[in-house]
Design a protein around this ligand. Structure first.
Ligand code: GLU
Length: 382
């Protein structure tokens, strides 16, 4: 860490103190040298040191990193030409190994474990897969691991892909219930005009709403040479703000990018969340059309009111036809609605495990599974 610079001081960004989980998005242009298409190893080392420092003060860190395609095309000697889709996908497959390896080596030197997670937009649109990603992410964070996320470019074709890591990062932030998303880019925030063509363009320090006027302004602003321009950054901001997560755009191109942001060396734009994350999530759960009912006993109702998850042991019967991830109503024996939540099991599975103790679930199903039928985080009581 550079002298007199510490992430502990939070001076220019006091909000950092209140965060638990932070998603850091790294654009291709700040990680890969655009002339050589090689990884900027000094930059990466400085950034990973900052990650280690944030971990030391108790933050969960998730990295969403671009760079696979650029690294892969260098390795495959495909630098000079415009790539076809299959060549882009091949480059991503080759580059992703190199990318993950670079993070792994650097994090490992600081005694941190990393994990690779490759996602497509489709994964977060399917509630069942979304729940799986969320619980894997939670376990990794609990184990102190730093997940390294990228789009699964080798399987993602147009209809199922994000196409840019800005929106992917925003989705990851919501899925992992992050408090803060930082887009490290080669531009230090949102401007009224393109600062490359007008150096006096007005810089915005805080944005409360993504208005059509802002989107129009952003249309003329170029950011890094990756897929995402300012428009995709604003779309990421909209996803993030609507989900209750704060988002920052700051210049990440110099070494020690987070220290520069926190100490005010690099400017930034702050996108303020619409409401409290827990409240927005409750609203979302209540807005989903339910596909079935779980009838529960009085012991389960007491446990739910004490902020516990609903376990199979407390379920007397079920009705409806639902899949893991679908919304269900929780009903008492005398037909009073107790709440609504996302089911951790399908209706067929519920019929097999209702009334069972946790240790009996695997035997009844024939395969291991999670314990909660409706996890407390996926539950809203009436
Ligand atoms: N997933 C792409 C890569 O790793 C980057 C997408 C983007 O630049 O936003 O190369």
């Amino acid at each position: 860490m550079e002298p007199n610079k510490s992430l502990n001081s939070f001076c220019n960004y006091p909000q950092l103190e209140r965060t638990t989980t932070i998603v850091l998005k790294i654009g291709t242009s700040i990680l890969i040298d655009s002339d050589t298409n090689l990884l900027k190893s000094k930059w990466l080392k400085s950034f990973v040191e900052e990650v280690a420092e944030l971990k030391k003060i108790g933050k969960n860190i998730i990295i969403v990193s671009s760079g696979a395609i650029a690294l892969g095309r260098k390795i495959l000697n495909l630098n000079s030409k415009k790539l076809e889709l299959d060549e882009i996908q091949a480059s991503a497959a080759v580059g992703q190994i190199r990318l993950a390896q670079a993070y792994e080596t650097n994090l490992n030197q600081l005694n941190l474990n990393s994990a690779q997670i490759l996602l497509t937009a489709d994964d977060s649109h399917h509630r069942r897969r979304y729940l799986n990603i969320r619980s894997t992410m939670k376990s990794l964070l609990k184990l102190g691991v730093v997940p390294i996320v990228n789009e699964n470019d080798t399987v993602a074709t147009d209809e199922i892909k994000f196409g840019d890591n800005d929106r992917l990062a925003a989705q990851v932030a919501l899925t992992s219930e992050a408090d803060l998303l930082i887009l490290l880019s080669d531009i230090d925030g949102l401007y009224e005009e393109d600062p490359h063509s007008n150096p006096n363009a007005k810089h915005f320090s805080t944005i409360q709403n993504i208005t059509p006027k802002l989107l129009k302004m952003a249309g003329s602003t170029k950011s890094d040479n990756s897929k995402g321009g300012m428009i995709t950054k604003l779309e990421a901001a909209r996803i993030s703000m609507n989900g209750g997560c704060e988002m920052i755009i700051t210049d990440g191109s110099k070494n020690y990018p987070l220290t520069n942001f926190i100490n005010g060396v690099s400017k930034h734009t702050r996108f303020v969340p619409r409401d409290d994350r827990a409240k927005l999530r409750k609203k979302w759960i209540l807005s989903i059309k339910t596909k079935g009912n779980l009838f529960v006993d009085s012991g389960a109702i007491l446990a739910l009111r004490r902020n516990k998850s609903l376990l199979p042991a407390g379920v007397i019967k079920s009705s409806g036809n639902f899949q893991r991830g679908d919304a269900v109503e929780i009903i008492s024996n005398d037909f009073e609605k107790i709440g609504q939540g996302l089911s951790g099991y399908s209706s067929i599975e519920v019929e097999k495990i209702k009334g069972c103790k946790t240790f009996e679930i695997e035997k009844k199903l024939g395969y291991p599974s999670r314990t909660a039928l409706v996890h407390k985080d996926d539950l809203v009581l009436s």
